[in-house]
Ligand binder design. Sequence first.
Ligand SMILES: [Zn+2]
Ligand SMILES: [Zn+2]
Length: 436
Amino acid sequence: MLKEDFQISQLAIPAVSFLISFLAYTSQYFFQHFEAVPFRKDEVWKINIFALCIWVCYFRASFVDPGRLPLSVKSSVRQKSDQDAAAVRQRWCRRCEAVKPPRAHHCKTCKRCIPKMDHHCPWTSNCVSHFTYPHFMRFLFYAVVGMGYLETCLWERAYVVWKSRDLPSYLGPSTGQLIHLFVLFVVNSLTVFALFILLVRSLWSLIFNTTTIESWEIERHETLVRRARVLGGYLEAPGGKRILIKKQEFPYDIGIWSNVKQGMGGSANILSWLWPFAATPDRNSGWAFEVNDFEDPGVSWPPPDPDRIPLPANPSAEDRSQLLKSYGSAREEVEAFRRRQAEDLHRPRPFSVIQKRKRFHERYNHQQQQQKAGSEDDDQSESQSPYGDQSDEGEESWRNAEGERLRDFGVDEEAEFYDEDDIPLGVLMRQRGRRQ
Ligand SMILES: [Zn+2]
Ligand SMILES: [Zn+2]
């Protein structure tokens, strides 16, 4: 995946447009002047129709608004939360200072929460989201079909050149033509190969209704479940909190037909899925998604992650003892919670402080060593902290099997981790009111 760079990203759309023009139009110029194989009418038609479909879909994938949280939703949520105070628990984006709807993520480039964000595509300079996904899929589809067809046309000419390689050169094509054919052939083959793989992967995601980011989250969840299995079902979060990790089913896979229908804009008309001018999905959709019945209603996605909960700025010994305190009765515990909640309201939260934890295996190995050493010398165990330095190689930069971390998909990693999932919405809303 391409690294985000402001200047390079500005060149992406002109570069792709140049590539489309080079392949679609200079190939036709070449075919017209290549005498050994005449340029047939059906070839002219097909190449130009495919090129038109590619232009339309690319233009729409690049320039259709990937979506933004409507103001009416923001204010209605605020009213609801005022009534409901601390009872509601929802995902919260601290960059937008708004509720983060299910499947939305905060895009670093678009600088806002994007509904059903798949990834921020460097080649369209736009987010692939609930609204742009159908355009993006059609673009991939027509690009692969169109370039696949061009490949057969080029192959036919290349084969003729190869067959006549023993003839005197003045009978064959000019050197310029040979170079042109060679470059077209190489560029087209490489591009169609890369896009074919991307298309297959995207179709796979479409069928199972998982975005690129969600595939990453599924893999992350599987890793945490494996770790928790070794450690008795719980993983330790920053500040000494213990988080129960249970295997969770991905909730948005609602059957192949419904998945594809939802992904391609909500219409049951299969032809509209391929129609380049098909309407962008309804702007009122994208904020709530149907779920399957594999999980209890209270279970939310993404699953709990010890590295994605808010952490204290400086986990002092006092805080730890608070968190690990055991209470005599349920009532006492509730009262203590209320007390802490009231204190929280008066204490400015350290929004800008991010502490990165060391990688899991380092912390785990260290813990094992501590336990071993603990029997011999108790003082040694306090010497090392589980927090890393400020390099970005802490646990939050966890990578999947393909070496990708969340920011490779364009997600604002700092906002995505510690996204205040765990803080009652009412508390956040009141805090926000206080700060203004
Ligand atoms: Zn946001
Ligand atoms: Zn974006």
